[in-house]
Ligand binder design. Sequence first.
Ligand code: SF4
Ligand code: SF4
Length: 192
Amino acid sequence: MENLELQDFSSMPQWQPKDNLLQILQEQTGQPISRCYQCKKCSAGCPVSELADLQTSEVIRLIQLGDREKLLASNRIWLCLSCRTCQARCPNAIDTAAIVDVLKQMAVQELKNLGEKNIPVFYNSFLSTVNALGRLYEVGMIGLYKIRTGTYTDDLALGQELLKRGKLKLLPERIQGIKAVRQIFQKGREKG
Ligand code: SF4
Ligand code: SF4
């Protein structure tokens, strides 16, 4: 029998994650990301797994490894539906949707080329109508999105069908408590 004595690894360089992304995200989201042991139950239940370039469990693993670059460039953070199926299936109850929300903010702040460049524009158009009216105004949101992205002819047939079925209201409606909604937006802006 050869080489049965224990090897001495003490002189090897210590592995270090690329940055403190794990600590930052654990603090900001309160999620126990370091407890993930890659059982992949989250990935198996995620409805956007087939469309995304990373699986849910891979997002968590890359955070543990501190691979900020790969995570922020991924389309996965923009495709997440916040359905929280992953959290319900996770033995450690890790809420990936909450983590992904913070990753989206980081991507917008740090990157020029986002994994899905039109999705942040969609979010922004949605929020613009909520800020103006206190609720979603679909036609206004779609108009803003089309102007900002130049995708004027995309989904025309779908839009016509929705109008035909009366699913889109042409005129906007403003809620009574609009002041309170705007204060929420203002507080959000102050917090950056
Ligand atoms: S289900 Fe939870 S523990 Fe399992 S891989 Fe996903 S995040 Fe990690
Ligand atoms: S919350 Fe996001 S990551 Fe989790 S299952 Fe739903 S779409 Fe997938």
